[in-house]
Design a protein around this ligand. Sequence first.
Ligand SMILES: Cc1ncc(COP(=O)(O)O)c(C=O)c1O
Length: 502
Amino acid sequence: MGDMAGSGNQGKLRAEEARADFVARFPDYEKTALLDDLRATEYRRLDERGHVYLDYTGGSLHAESQLQKHHQLLRSSVLGNPHSASPASVAMTEHVERTRRHILNYFGARAEDYLLVFTANATAALKLVGESFPFAPGSRYLLTFDNHNSVNGIREFARAKGASIHYAPLAMPDLRLEVARVDALLGEADPARANLFAYPAQSNFSGVKHPLDFVAKAQSKGWRVLLDAAALVPTSRLDLSAAQPDFVTLSFYKMFGYPTGVGALLIRRSALASLKRPWFAGGTVNFASVQGQAHVLSPNEAAFEDGTLNYLSIPAVDIGLLHLQSIGMETIAERVRCLTGWLLEELLALRHSNGRAMVRIYGPANMQARGGTVTLNLYDPQGHLLDYRRIEELAGTENISLRTGCFCNPGAGEIAEGLTEEDMRAGFALGEEINLMSFVKMMQERGHKSAGAIRASIGLATNFSDVWRFLRFIAGFRDQTQLAVGNVSFDIESCRVIRDGS
Ligand SMILES: Cc1ncc(COP(=O)(O)O)c(C=O)c1O
């Protein structure tokens, strides 16, 4: 990159001055100093490698002590496949069951209200609900446009069983749900049928925190509620003694980085009997016979835990939760609020020399009911979109880890970028050739729109310097035209196409 001097507020200031300005505007940041201490110890590899990691919505980072504690446990114990009577098995079972209790407790879920199924990740948890939910003709599957593809994918189970599928749209520019529209859709269900409403507690696209009061509202109108908490719980508290969704899904690496390969499905006990498993497997049956061609499923969570659990990794979840608890979720949330609030203000202040805005943010521009996920695109002084793939590559050369694309959340992207049903039909007409890249190319050839964006996400180990370096990087695109794609001029402030050169 040539000009890295930047523009807007932060371009005028040097790092220390910028930090002082930041702390003056977000004084509560100082209350999170514990995380600076941890950054210097537990997460020191970031600074040792000069790495700016801003993909916490992709996956959080682990503290060194999490690894040490886990490895120490593995080194000093003889642990075998759980659920048998040998000492090695009994010892492992104790770790698994302790971790199960810890997770329930962490989320304020009483054992009499919820049970917890260990899964490979949030996606596997979602699939368990999708394949087991008793969709039938006359029942409904209601989703929000804002959903991860692993929630969208459940519609194929619903469709195959004859249920109808409905999407609640998002309102521009903040990409929030319209409460009245959701209420209306919830009111359309026949409460005598098996209806499922699925939505994310926090968007992995825009960072929006969707209202948890939809849960009780939907339940009172005859719906089971599936809350995808994967993007919320890394930096916010989820209290299941308040809102009580029927199903909650998450992945632990998103919360504390390590281990990968373990997620959870929390099932409200009152919803358990509604689920019908479509098959059985090793570990899920009390009894199965070949000659009798019958099986009896195990009760409770065991009926959903197919095959051998990732048992050696499960104690690392216990350790990860203790790590988060030792920091305190309020401290993490405060840190994220301050850094994201400042990032948003500074990005929006960035201007080209001609006064035009440089950055378009998809989602709320302030910190009201949103988390630390910031999705954006950059535009040149004439309002042409800059190629986000090249920007990601350039970020990589500066050791900045971002994510670009649609983040497996096509619905939020379609609304954010104004893509229509017709655009999507044109894309699918490509047949087997369609993927995000070929679709982006098609939209550009039609002199049209963007598909995809840049996502920077903030998490527990982020500090001011990370955000500052990212801003300096973005500010380096001031007056930049070389990366422009397409020939449509877009006005960020009014959110309108001002000149279509197609
Ligand atoms: C909101 C949300 N739901 C579900 C998932 C799926 O998580 P996993 O890939 O760990 O199964 C993700 C992952 O990015 C997510 O952000």
